[in-house]
Design a protein around this ligand. Structure first.
Ligand SMILES: [Mn+2]
Length: 362
């Protein structure tokens, strides 16, 4: 991890966009820029000030030592927050004679207004100043994402021996989470989705008391986290022998997943990946029940740039980590989703998710 290079890249972007000073407070961006991985209340007791000359990490006394250690030998100076972070940052900017300031578009409106009141100059919002940089992963970042993906693959294998008729979705979710954490996951990047039978028709179903029945399709969407980096995968399995309709849906989604993956290469517009998968489903009369984009970037956040959808304006960069996850959702019947996490490289991609993709019957 080269914090100095990341800050250099951020400064180049700031110059390109005419931003003389920026406050970065989103937790993942803060972590990316400083390597500090302590617990911070987002935007309340941790924020970075970056100008052409200043790289200052403001935090309160509780974190000051850890922040200084994380920044050791690096470009950051630690500014100890006395009262209000933003009053102190604005005072520093006034001393520097800086008259224009950018804050991230994700800051709450109340904070934006407060900063605007404190700062004697123009305050504007910027979109994705750091997120754009985070798309291209360093080898060490890819390694952590791959480790997280391997923990999820291993847990999936374990779950195949655990899931049986009569247990609930909530029990499956608990076992899955327990397995991943026991195998080295730092925590859950998101609550696992276990959606059985008709619950599968809701893409983000919450695991509940429904008991698994013979004949169910079960959608399992989950990930692990290693060193701050997430993984994300989905498999759909069948309890017993699939019906012709279940088989038809599964085969269509698998073909869409493979078509999407085949379109993943550096330089490809993200809309093309979505289109490749969507074409397959549309040709089988399932275009209307594929109700979301085909994928997203994964890194320090579970959902980050680039977005892979019909309206995406991004292109795939080499060393980006993205998911390909077509799905179909049939109200009152079932859902099928198959999601792989891949890294864009060598004119194509490498799968970090390595669980089997044929329809598994348990
Ligand atoms: Mn996903």
């Amino acid at each position: 991890m080269n914090v100095e290079e990341r800050i250099g890249a951020l400064r180049r972007r700031m110059r390109d966009e005419g931003v003389p000073a920026a406050i970065i407070s989103t937790v993942a961006n803060l972590r990316y820029l400083t390597a500090f991985d302590g617990v911070i209340d987002e935007g309340i007791n941790g924020a970075c000030l970056v100008t052409d000359e200043v790289t200052r990490f403001y935090t309160d006394m509780r974190y000051a030592d850890a922040a200084a250690a994380a920044a050791e030998g690096g470009p950051w100076e630690v500014g100890v927050q006395r009262e209000n972070l933003y009053i102190e940052i604005c005072e520093a900017l006034h001393e520097l004679g800086i008259e224009s300031l950018a804050v991230e578009s994700s800051v709450p409106y109340g904070r934006f207004r407060f900063i605007s009141e404190q700062f004697r100059g123009a305050v504007r919002v910027t979109d994705h100043l750091v997120e754009e940089l985070r798309q291209v992963k360093e080898p060490g970042e890819i390694e952590r994402i791959a480790q997280a993906a391997a923990i999820a693959d291993e847990a999936f294998q374990h779950m195949l021996g655990y899931i049986r008729p009569g247990i609930t979705e909530a029990e499956i979710a608990l076992e899955l989470e327990f397995t991943m954490r026991r195998n080295g996951s730092d925590g859950m990047p998101f609550d696992p989705i276990i959606a059985s039978g008709p619950n599968g028709a809701r893409p983000h179903a919450v695991p509940g008391p429904r008991r698994i029945e013979t004949g169910d399709l079960i959608v399992l969407d989950f990930g692990a986290r290693v060193g701050g980096y997430c993984s994300d995968m989905t498999r759909t399995i069948c309890v017993g022998t699939p019906s012709d309709e279940q088989r038809r849906l599964y085969d269509a989604v698998l073909a869409a997943n493979e078509a999407g993956l085949a379109a993943v290469k550096a330089g490809a517009p993200c809309v093309d990946v979505d289109r490749a998968g969507r074409d397959v489903l549309e040709a089988r009369g399932l275009g209307d029940v594929f109700t979301h984009g085909i994928g997203h970037g994964v890194g320090l956040d579970i959902h980050e740039l680039p977005t892979l959808s019909r309206t995406s304006t991004h292109s795939l960069r080499n060393q980006a980590c993205v998911t390909v996850e077509p799905g179909v959702y049939i109200e009152g019947f079932a859902g099928v989703r198959i999601e792989d996490l891949v890294v864009v490289e060598d004119g194509g991609h490498r799968c970090l998710t390595n669980s089997p993709k044929e329809l598994i019957q348990i």
